[in-house]
Design a protein around this ligand. Structure first.
Ligand SMILES: [Zn+2]
Length: 96
């Protein structure tokens, strides 16, 4: 079966369109494999606190000793960019 999509965005748009229209989708084995891999990793994105730990300069001389409020804020921006909800605002204050 020939591949009839160019980019992942086109493939996604096509799948969404067919799904909305109630139409079946037949995938080539290669496309099914690709979609499976993408779905498997879709939820593997780090949570806010994990991102804050990655970007915080804690442990470096005279910088953050814990994930700081500023880094939590930056981490919130990142998780919002991929659709995760940030924990409640008072959670952030307690951790800062
Ligand atoms: Zn920090």
């Amino acid at each position: 079966m020939a591949r009839n999509w160019g980019t992942l965005a086109e493939l996604a748009a096509s799948l969404i369109e067919r799904g909305k229209a109630g139409r079946r989708v037949v995938l080539s084995p290669q496309t099914a494999y690709l979609i499976g891999i993408k779905l498997q990793t879709a939820d593997a994105k780090p949570e806010r606190d994990e991102i804050a730990l990655m970007i915080c300069r804690r442990g470096q001389a005279e910088l953050c000793s814990e994930p700081c409020f500023e880094c939590m804020g930056r981490a919130n921006i990142v998780v919002r960019a991929y659709g995760q909800k940030s924990p409640a605002r008072d959670d952030i204050s307690r951790q800062a």
